[in-house]
Design a binder for this molecule. Structure first.
Ligand SMILES: N[C@@H](CCC(=O)N[C@@H](CS)C(=O)NCC(=O)O)C(=O)O
Length: 245
């Protein structure tokens, strides 16, 4: 049985949950409450000491990183395919995922934390200790310069999405793929937290694409495992910032 450790079904956790649901792969989910800092408690630390989610465990092996986990699921469960059959399409899907891992995901997390951040009373007791200062900095709030840089990066990627969707219904071509899964998991925050960037007038194709992704039964099922009334109205500090500054 596959075990999946995840938080609210948004961002990286949503990507893995959506992939498994699209392929109808059975798994046992474990909800880890990031805002209660459960990722640093021994029960999860024994699974993955870094404290970062999502984590997939299968046959005693522990897998981390949303993109590599989604590719692992794709390789282990070929149907329905979530990567295009042609090399160019596969390259496109991988470039989208890389841009989302490197810039879009962390940037959306920063702006979402600024919008939805909550006090983190236990932040001074985080173990591992070396993660404390960066969590404390995130808890104090990101500065305007950092948030402006995040918004610029978001704007740039949303512009690329809008351009790509002029040529094809999905980001990597004719079929729904891992690129759409990855982009959706962060783009869905934007109409609420960056309405000046993502809206029906400025980005009509991306807004229609968002509705098309949301209407997929596997996506709806994946999003239903959250505990918050709306998983896209909850945020944690961006893992990249709190781990590496
Ligand atoms: N680059 C990571 C990002 C993972 C991520 O955003 N994880 C969030 C929850 S979905 C998290 O673990 N936050 C808590 C923490 O970093 O301590 C990946 O691709 O898996």
């Amino acid at each position: 049985m596959i075990e999946v450790y995840h938080w609210e079904p948004h961002g990286a956790s949503a990507r893995v949950l959506i992939c498994l649901n699209e392929k109808e792969v059975g798994f046992r989910g474990h909800y880890i409450d990031v805002l209660a800092l459960e990722q640093f408690r021994p029960a999860f630390g024994r699974v993955e000491p870094s404290g970062e989610l999502p984590v997939l465990v299968q046959d005693g092996l522990v897998y981390t990183g949303a993109t590599p986990i989604c590719e692992l699921i794709e390789e282990s469960h070929a149907q329905p395919a979530l990567l295009p059959a042609d090399p160019y399409g596969r390259w496109q899907a991988r470039v989208w995922q890389k841009s989302i891992d490197d810039a879009f995901g962390p940037s959306v997390s920063e702006v979402a934390w600024d919008a939805y951040g909550v006090p983190l009373p236990e932040v001074d007791r985080i173990v591992p200790r070396e993660q404390r200062p960066l969590w404390q900095a995130a808890a104090r709030g990101y500065g305007e310069e950092q948030l402006a840089r995040a918004r610029r990066r978001i704007h740039e990627l949303v512009g690329r999405m809008e351009a790509a969707l002029a040529h094809a219904p999905w980001l990597a071509g004719a079929a729904f793929s891992l690129a759409d899964v990855a982009a959706f998991a962060y783009f869905k925050f934007l109409p609420a937290i960056c309405p000046e960037i993502a809206n029906a007038a400025a980005t009509p194709r991306a807004i229609d694409w968002l509705a098309a992704v949301e209407s997929r039964p596997a996506v709806q099922h994946a999003l239903s495992v959250g505990r918050a009334p709306d998983p896209f109205a909850v945020a944690a500090p961006a893992p990249e910032q709190i781990r590496w500054g």
